[in-house]
Design a binder for this molecule. Structure first.
Ligand code: AR6
Length: 184
């Protein structure tokens, strides 16, 4: 684990499973249907239980009948997990890098953080959005993730702890290397 002070908050980079995190919110790398899937999304719905899907269905019926657009974020409870809330966001599918992927990935982080602050949450965990099924190269994605978090924390108060949770050792090592370039 590695910790940096950023603005008034702490940023931690850890290896682990997002569904085990005890932060106020965990972020789901969802798809625009909000109806579940594989990877992080599958793990969250399996461990959190059916309540989360029920809340997602309500969101689809009310706020987003056409689906949650890429880069936007919504919130549900955490169901049976230790976290109180799940913030569902949709990262971009990697199409080679010239289709606005970087901007959209940054929006996914920023809008998740904004939503957390608007709900007065203090602590939040992120997986590495878009770098699994959606194919975003990990080194590029980690730079966007860490820079988006840094820019947000330097301009907005309210959050105390942000945890980047990496599933594999090699993703963890990439994040640690990129964080050294950005933060020191
Ligand atoms: N905890 C932390 N990280 C995880 C976990 C976990 N339990 N499981 C996987 N990862 P992905 P995406 C890592 O595919 O690329 C879904 O089907 C994984 O190794 O979950 O944004 C959705 O429904 C990878 O590094 O998300 C969408 O259709 C990272 O989390 C689509 O996949 C993200 O992988 C979204 O694709």
């Amino acid at each position: 684990m590695i910790t940096y002070n950023v603005g008034k908050a702490k940023l931690q980079i850890v290896r682990g499973d997002i569904t085990d995190q005890e932060t106020d919110a965990i972020v789901n790398a969802a798809n625009s249907t909000l109806m579940g899937g594989g990877g992080v999304d599958g793990a969250i719905h399996r461990k959190g239980g059916p309540k989360i899907l029920e809340e997602c269905k309500k969101i689809r019926l009310t706020l987003y009948p056409e689906g949650l657009p890429t880069g936007k974020a919504v919130i549900t409870s955490g169901g049976n997990m230790k976290t109180k809330y799940v913030i569902h966001t949709v990262g971009p599918i990697w199409r080679g890098g010239n289709s606005g992927e970087a901007e959209l990935l940054s929006e996914a982080y920023k809008n998740s953080l904004k939503l957390a602050v608007s709900r007065r949450l203090k602590t939040i965990s992120f997986p590495s959005i878009s770098t699994g099924a959606y194919g975003f190269p990990i080194e590029k994605a980690s730079k966007i993730a860490l820079e988006s978090i840094k820019n947000f924390l330097e301009s907005e108060d309210g959050l105390e702890l942000i945890v980047c949770v990496l599933f594999s050792q090699s993703d963890l090592e990439t994040y640690v290397k990129v964080a050294k370039e950005i933060f020191s």
